[in-house]
Design a binder for this molecule. Structure first.
Ligand code: HPA
Ligand code: ZN
Length: 337
């Protein structure tokens, strides 16, 4: 067998939890800062990377929103997306469902169209260049009022044929899913898929609310669901996909050591866990790195690694035929290596 890293990099996989703004590498941040004449409070790439030491989610979000300030034009969003897809391609990624945060940009005065038109252009180009397919998930910032997310959904009306789903991100504690009941109801009525970050820092009750009030198709993170045995059983029974992000969990102190990460436990329990990068430019690794470091830290077997890859397709919003084709490609790869 090829060594673990080579095996993982070649394994066909999908990424289901990726904030595109979190793929903005410091080098590109400087490039956009120069070309858009937007000042950033750092003198070098090294200084930026040194600032990426977080003790919780909010520490990270403060610097992540600051980083997004350099994104001004459609070209910026397209270039950022293309840089991500190049990395995903090198990591064996075949499909991605990417989050973006419209309010982060409209609140700075950018028209709604700038981010989405740029991202859609990048996604189209990635399919042509790498054969990687992708879908777009529009996230609402939960630290803002629901009125802001309702306005955002309205702005998105002309694009609803190109938006697959909606999500809920940003500061979790104190902002339960129930705060967004109306906007998620409206999104469901428009046929959009439903995701929500829950149980990253927030309690199991937030995972319950995401299921019962928002009617989610997937839970993003979900780590703290494990504190509630009945909830865990329900997630297993209903086959809910968890988009787990191990290196994010480490960087944001959701776990203090990767050896304590619950990924293996989740699989043992029968949860449909997937392995993702969240905000790779900030958390120190793209999807393959997340697979490799987690596999090493918690001793994932080859079969468990293959299961994670299959779960990434079965938990995706692709049609049944595409899912079957991708799962078969994972099986064929595993049989050959
Ligand atoms: N959690 C919540 N909100 C986010 C994250 C995250 O990990 N990344 C970007 N926005
Ligand atoms: Zn996230």
């Amino acid at each position: 067998m090829a060594d673990l890293a080579t095996f993982i990099r070649g394994l066909p996989k999908a990424e289901l939890h990726l904030h595109i703004e979190g793929s903005l590498e410091p080098e590109q941040m400087f490039e956009f800062s120069r070309r858009n004449k937007i000042a950033i409070p750092f003198r070098s790439v090294e200084e930026v990377r040194a600032a990426y030491a977080f003790s919780n989610l909010q520490d990270f979000l403060d610097i992540y929103y600051q980083g997004a300030n350099v994104l001004m034009t459609e070209e910026d969003f397209r270039d950022m997306a293309l840089a991500y897809f190049a990395r995903l391609n090198a990591d064996g990624g075949r499909h991605a469902e990417i989050f973006f945060d419209p309010e982060t940009h409209t609140d700075r005065g950018l028209p709604f169209s700038v981010a989405i038109d740029g991202l859609l252009a990048g996604m189209k180009e990635a399919e042509k260049t790498y054969g990687i397919t992708s879908k777009l998930i529009m996230c609402f910032l939960r630290h803002l009022d629901e009125s802001s997310s309702l306005r955002t959904l309205k702005s998105a009306e002309p694009y609803l044929d190109r938006i697959t789903g909606v999500g809920l991100d940003s500061s979790e504690k104190g902002h339960p899913p129930s705060k967004f009941a109306r906007v998620f109801q409206a999104a469901r009525e428009r046929g959009l898929k439903i995701c929500a970050h829950a149980g990253e820092e927030g309690p199991p009750a937030y995972v319950h609310e995401a299921l019962d009030i928002l009617h989610v198709d997937r839970i993003d993170h979900g780590n703290r669901a494990l504190e509630d045995a009945a909830l865990t059983q329900r997630l297993v029974r209903e086959g809910i996909t968890l988009t787990v992000c191990p290196l994010s969990n480490l960087k944001l102190c959701v776990v203090m050591d990767l050896r304590d990460h619950p990924m293996k436990r989740m699989l043992d329990l029968g949860l449909r866990a997937t392995c993702n990068s969240d905000d790779p430019a900030y958390f120190g690794g793209y999807i393959a790195e997340n697979f490799i470091r987690t596999a090493e830290a918690v001793n994932l077997s080859r079969d468990e690694i293959v299961t994670l890859a299959k779960n990434s397709f079965t938990g995706s919003f692709l049609d049944a035929e595409s899912i079957a084709k991708h799962v078969a490609s994972v099986d064929a790869y595993a049989a050959k290596h």
